[in-house]
Design a protein around this ligand. Structure first.
Ligand code: ADP
Length: 402
């Protein structure tokens, strides 16, 4: 008694009745391939590439390319091909070269991933694998038999995975660069605080010097606090433990408070800071998280002042289609095109640490974006290098009907 595959299989010598049912193996294999979502085919070569014809094409061709087996021609297939990624380097990408090698028996089996555009304009990734059919007399290939598989979904998943890895690596790199630089970021203001406090306590400094030392100490303490606050805040955002606390907020009052807060820095740089108070005729009270709105606007305004050397910084808001839209514009250095896709990433700064001219942690925009999205809004910007930038964001209009 035998079990499994008959040892007589070589050369298809079927010996018993049951095995004889397997004799029509071509048909059986085609059905098995179709059942596995493959599309079997046979190609008989013509006098030139593109002039051959297909035989026994599986019905799955309809699902794969949107055409019937009868409509599938070699010429059409060659026209559909947009990109070929062969499984090994010995396989030529050029179809003419490939055919030459196949005919001359230099390719025993072929596997490639192929991007095609179907006749209806749909792009698909397929896997094409075939073996040549060799004429015993001449030893040359007269055609192929192979299988197409739709691998579009698999390719899509791979692409998403690659993007996710790229993103994770990029954010990891930014974080490490920041952490490497953190001691320097902290030490600079800390040294200023310690150094100038010591000087303050030494005799012999006139009142003007003492006032200047105090200013430096205040500025350095504020900056140190900002770094620590930003780092703590971004860790909470990344851990997704930031909560929204809504309450009634008088928008005009808040914007005036922000104006007062940013004004000294603008004055110091002789930049005009303008608050567009057109909307202030009527008191506007909204229901939102006051701290997060205040912080987002302050971050945008601080950046605008920081990255502007001359000219003006302007901000305001308007009400549009159920949303309150804020803007902060400046006539500053602008943002290079190469940096624009990255500026909302945590720790990203367009300047490298070695050539840094502007203070900052690279966290202000990512914190603002996270807050605005938590508030139910969106943030975007437009920037022209050397001309200036405008940052806009919106949050839901939660005014009470009066
Ligand atoms: P930073 O602490 O460096 O200001 P941000 O997250 O606030 O960090 O901003 C990220 C980067 O985006 C900045 O380093 C700067 O290169 C760029 N940027 C942000 N706002 C502006 C602006 N108004 N003008 C020019 N560049 C800006």
């Amino acid at each position: 008694m035998r079990s499994g595959i008959s040892p007589d299989y070589q050369g298809c010598q079927f010996t018993n009745e049951v095995e004889k049912q397997f004799n029509n193996s071509g048909d059986f294999i085609c059905r098995a391939i179709e059942n596995a979502d493959g599309v079997p085919y046979q190609l008989v070569f013509g006098p030139a590439i593109g002039e051959g014809y297909y035989l026994n094409v599986g019905f799955g061709i309809k699902q794969l390319f949107g055409i019937t087996p009868g409509e599938f021609t070699e010429e059409l297939y060659l026209m559909m091909i947009e990109e070929i990624i062969p499984s090994n380097e010995d396989i030529p990408r050029n179809p003419v070269e490939l055919r030459e090698k196949i005919i001359n028996g230099k390719i025993q089996n072929y596997k490639a991933e192929i991007l095609v555009m179907t006749p209806s304009g749909e792009k698909k990734w397929i896997k094409d694998s075939f073996i040549p059919v060799i004429d015993d007399k001449t030893g040359k290939a007269t055609g192929l038999q192979g299988i197409f598989f739709d691998i579009s979904e698999h390719k899509q998943t791979l692409l998403q995975l690659e993007r996710a890895i790229e993103k994770a690596t990029e954010s990891d790199r930014l974080k490490s660069a920041f952490l490497n630089n953190l001691p320097h970021e902290i030490r600079t203001p800390l040294n200023a605080i310690v150094g100038f406090s010591t000087l303050l306590n030494e005799p012999g400094h006139d009142i003007e010097d003492q006032l200047e030392f105090r200013d430096i100490i205040t500025h350095s303490s504020d900056h140190l606090l900002e770094i620590v606050d930003d780092v703590l805040e971004i860790s909470k955002i990344e851990a997704k433990i930031v909560r929204i606390l809504r309450k009634e907020v008088n928008l005009s009052l808040m914007l005036k408070r922000i104006y007062d807060r940013v004004r000294p820095a603008a004055d110091e740089k002789k930049i005009l800071l303008r608050y567009d108070a057109r909307m202030d005729e009527k008191e506007i009270i909204i229901n939102t998280d006051s701290y997060k709105l205040f912080q987002s606007l302050t971050n945008l305004l601080s950046n605008a002042v920081k990255f502007t050397l001359k000219g003006k910084v302007e901000f305001g808001f308007s009400i549009k289609e159920g949303m309150i839209e804020f803007y902060v514009s400046d006539t500053g250095i602008g943002i290079g095109l190469e940096h624009q896709p990255n500026i909302f990433k945590p720790f990203y700064q367009s300047e490298s640490s070695s050539t840094k001219r502007y203070e900052g942690t690279g966290l202000g925009l990512s914190i603002a974006k996270a807050y605005i999205e938590l508030l139910g809004g969106d943030i975007w910007f437009n920037s022209e290098p050397g001309e200036g930038s405008i940052f806009c964001f919106n949050i839901p209009d939660t005014r009470q009907e009066s």
